[in-house]
Design a protein around this ligand. Structure first.
Ligand SMILES: C[S@@+](CC[C@H](N)C(=O)[O-])C[C@H]1O[C@@H](n2cnc3c(N)ncnc32)[C@H](O)[C@@H]1O
Length: 332
């Protein structure tokens, strides 16, 4: 069954923790929506949807309401997905297929005899045999097939779009926080080419510092807690075992990062008092740790405190954020 709805539909993914806030935004925008599970919303809207809470969003290109599913239906679906890919890109464009099955009883490996990976491989292999170019590491587009309990949805994500952050986790990553910074760099398109040194506040166990070091940036890592032992030999990282307020440095940095787990207003005050250590136009990344869900208030207050010294504020809940929002800004 095709989507006959006149309004375009979007499939949005976000963290369960901020769904309540997101629903408030949707109501404010007067959008119709259907909650598919704790991560996904199907939204009808004439305008594209922007929200700091979104981890991904794409325009729905195929939608099938379903009540049961068999392997035969998977084969039909595979044919439809192949047609969709062939109509969307040429044979030289690298892409990958990403399938997820979020059903409960109706769709699982036992009832359809295949898991999401099997479905990806089945569709991808057929396309490869026809000369199309699968690239799992550097795709330009991801063709998404999401199988929910009552509906199947497909669409295409352009990886140039910042709302499609697709970071690759590595076994040598120090902490979840490292992934937050990797995502922030991609999402805010932070240019690290001119960054030679950085001050990392609340650095332990060292994920942010390691991520910066991997970009050949010299890092002063400030935290009273220990850094991960794997960083002991990292010559780009110097650990200062002090509190941020005790910093007494004459050095000027190209970047400041701050992931301290303290109240947002206190954290913002530290960024304000250390702003003289950041060069003009230097970038800063700060995590706003939210003690409650009043996100709008925390964002407003943080911005108010920091506006005297910083500009170009941006805020985003990134896939590896928990009850926190990542903020990017530039020194005035
Ligand atoms: C979420 S952890 C940081 C994780 C780190 N960014 C990483 O990538 O691994 C928060 C850290 O902030 C530190 N912290 C809290 N208050 C601080 C302060 N006033 N000065 C320096 N560090 C502080 C804590 O000791 C803790 O290690």
């Amino acid at each position: 069954m095709r989507n006959n709805n006149a309004e375009p539909e979007y499939l949005a993914r976000l963290a369960p923790v901020f769904q309540h806030e997101f629903i408030k935004q949707l109501k404010h925008l007067d959008c119709r929506y259907r909650k598919l599970n704790k991560y996904y919303f199907l939204i009808s809207s004439k305008r594209s949807i922007k929200s700091i809470f979104l981890h991904s969003i794409f325009r729905v290109k195929m939608k099938f309401e379903v009540s049961g599913f068999t392997k035969k239906r998977i084969n039909d679906l595979s044919e439809l997905m192949q047609d969709f890919v062939k109509k969307s890109i040429n044979k030289k464009t690298p892409f990958k297929i990403s399938c997820s099955i979020s059903g409960t009883q109706t769709f699982n490996t036992n009832t359809i005899g295949m898991n999401a990976k099997d479905i990806e491989v089945a569709i991808g292999t057929k396309l490869e045999l026809q000369g199309y170019k699968i690239d799992l590491l550097k795709p330009k587009y991801i063709f998404i097939l999401n199988i929910f309990n009552t509906v199947i949805i497909a669409g295409k994500v352009d990886l140039k779009n910042p709302a499609a952050i697709n970071i690759i986790e590595k076994p040598e990553d120090i902490s979840r926080a490292q992934l937050k910074l990797r995502e922030a760099i991609l999402y805010f398109k932070i240019d690290l080419s001119g960054v030679r040194n950085a001050l990392d506040l609340g650095a332990a166990p060292g994920g942010f510092s390691k991520e910066l070091s991997m970009h050949r940036i010299k890092v002063i890592a400030v935290d009273t807690a220990d850094l991960d032992k794997r960083l002991e030999k990292d010559r780009n990282i110097t650990h200062l075992r002090i509190k941020a307020a005790e910093i007494n440095s004459g050095q000027v940095f190209d970047m400041i990062t701050n992931d301290m787990n303290i109240d947002p207003a206190e954290s913002a005050q530290v960024m304000l008092s250390l702003s003289n250590l950041l060069r003009t136009n230097g970038s800063a990344v700060m995590t706003i740790k939210c003690p409650s869900r009043n996100i709008a208030d925390y964002i407003k207050n943080t911005k108010k405190i920091l506006s005297a010294k910083y500009t170009k504020f941006r805020f985003q809940h990134l896939p590896h954020n928990r009850m926190e929002i990542t903020m990017f800004m530039l020194k005035k």
